[in-house]
Design a binder for this molecule. Structure first.
Ligand code: SAM
Length: 223
């Protein structure tokens, strides 16, 4: 079975579980070649619904988690997105496929921050190879500070688990009406995924489900 067949089968399974429902997210997951973002030794597992090691004790999240977060963010063409935790670059490519599809007359952009320089460099290579390099900017730094240079953002996603107190810069850099999708809780276990909607100076918080992510390390994260 080739990679495209495997990808189609994975997406069918996620649709059956009602994890994937939005046509724009389904289209993006069908388009972005996940196998180009995983280490060579893990390529045969690229279309299994499981997180995979990408080195430096970090992971590319399981596809159902990518799907859940993209759906929760309600991404639209033209939006400006900030991702904290580039990892492999796969989730950033998925977001770019939705907010800045090729030939869009109103392309959005994805800014993604990674604290590990080596991972950022590998992600850049994968994004270049898959033709997302002009739609995704990879920045090396502490994403708990957000990325003030291009704020405010329509949507912000964090792919590492924050302490219960959400990093204030991320809430501050969200547009009015914007959505922040972030796992938060304890460092290892007992984390939940939250959807936070900004309404003026107020924030509406919805708990989605229990999750398990690597910790968010930084000034407003864990030590
Ligand atoms: N979104 C990624 C993907 O598609 O492969 C998966 C990300 S992995 C689960 C979490 C990433 O967050 C790791 O690469 C980790 O180094 C990074 N990270 C943790 N704390 C960070 C911080 N303060 N700023 C930026 N990146 C951070």
């Amino acid at each position: 079975m080739d990679y495209e067949d495997k990808r189609i089968k994975l997406i069918e399974r996620l649709k059956k579980r009602d994890i994937l429902t939005k046509p724009s997210v389904i289209k993006a997951m069908l388009k972005v070649p996940r196998h180009e973002f995983v280490p060579e030794g893990a390529i045969d597992s690229a279309y299994i619904d499981s997180p995979l090691s990408i080195g430096l004790d970090q992971t590319i999240s399981a596809p159902h988690m990518n799907a859940m977060m993209c759906e929760a963010l309600n991404l639209k063409e033209g939006e400006k997105v900030l991702e904290v935790g580039t990892g492999s670059g796969y989730h950033a490519a998925l977001c770019a496929e939705i907010v800045a599809p090729i030939n869009s007359s109103n392309p959005g952009h994805v800014y993604t921050i990674e604290r590990h320089k080596n991972l950022a460099e590998k992600a850049r290579i994968s994004l270049r190879k898959t033709n997302y390099e002009t739609r995704v900017s990879v920045i090396v730094g502490d994403g708990t500070l957000g990325y003030e240079e291009n704020a405010p953002y329509d949507k912000i996603l964090v792919t590492a688990s924050s302490p219960k107190k959400i990093p204030p810069p991320l809430k501050g850099q969200l547009k009015d009406g914007g959505i922040l999708c972030i796992p938060a809780g304890s460092r290892e276990w007992g984390q939940d995924l939250y959807i936070i909607l900004k309404k003026g100076n107020e924030f509406e918080v919805e708990k989605v489900s229990g999750v398990r992510f690597v910790p968010l390390i930084g000034k407003y994260g864990f030590d």
